[in-house]
Design a protein around this ligand. Structure first.
Ligand SMILES: [Zn+2]
Length: 216
């Protein structure tokens, strides 16, 4: 797989997410642009503050502010392979740095009912490929709740309850699971997904997102 990645990089050289200059394959931005982006210090964790926390750990690569907020928004509207690959490189890095002590069994993502909103699926699939693993859908969304960002904090928590269920014929008993999403705000979506995975017997649920709105 490392060989395959080298071939892909040779034909489609990785480019800086901001200025599109060609960069080394282990980078996300060129040296010039990396100074413009506020990266979260490695291993800084996001905790769930509005009730019981079900995920074991949650980390993100960047704060949700310009230019990263524009990059993530653009990706949602136009999910090109190059953008997917570059954003997955962020997730690959934070998973490697933060979860190296875990024997990871499965990489999965926060599901959507609307197939056009499959950004977390694409990110999980590409992150898994970069980590030499496979991604797998474990959860499904059973009703269309209101968009989280249109709600206040308390409403968010109630809005998300019982929206996700485990897919049929999935066994997560004793598994260590990486759960991927694009943005963490209150963490209620990731926490609810983690709750369902833990109810089904998962050993550890480790969340990774590209951006977070803030860390307390
Ligand atoms: Zn650049």
């Amino acid at each position: 797989m490392a060989f395959l990645n080298k071939i892909i990089d040779a034909f489609f050289p990785p480019r800086c997410l901001l200025c599109k200059r060609i960069i080394k394959s282990n980078k996300i931005f060129c040296d010039h642009c990396s100074a413009r982006v506020k990266q979260i210090v490695n291993k800084e964790q996001i905790n769930f503050k509005y009730g019981k926390q079900y995920f074991d750990k949650c980390v993100a690569g960047f704060y949700y502010q310009k230019p990263m907020s524009d990059i993530v928004c653009n990706f949602k509207f136009k999910k090109t392979w190059n953008k997917t690959r570059a954003l997955a490189r962020i997730l690959e890095k934070i998973v490697t740095v933060n979860y190296e002590g875990y024997a990871i069994d499965i990489i999965t993502f926060v599901p959507e009912t609307d197939k056009s909103k499959k950004h977390a699926l694409l990110l999980a699939r590409e992150t898994a490929r970069q980590l030499n693993r496979q991604s797998r859908p474990l959860l499904k969304k059973i009703c269309n709740n209101k968009t989280q960002h249109s709600l206040g904090r308390l409403e968010r928590l109630n809005n998300i309850k019982n929206v996700y269920v485990l897919k049929e014929d999935i066994d997560v008993h004793g598994k260590n699971i990486i759960l991927i999403d694009d943005i963490v705000t209150t963490g209620s979506t990731l926490n609810e997904c983690a709750r369902m995975l833990k109810l089904a017997g998962a050993n550890a649920v480790l969340c990774a997102a590209i951006c977070t709105t803030k860390i307390d």
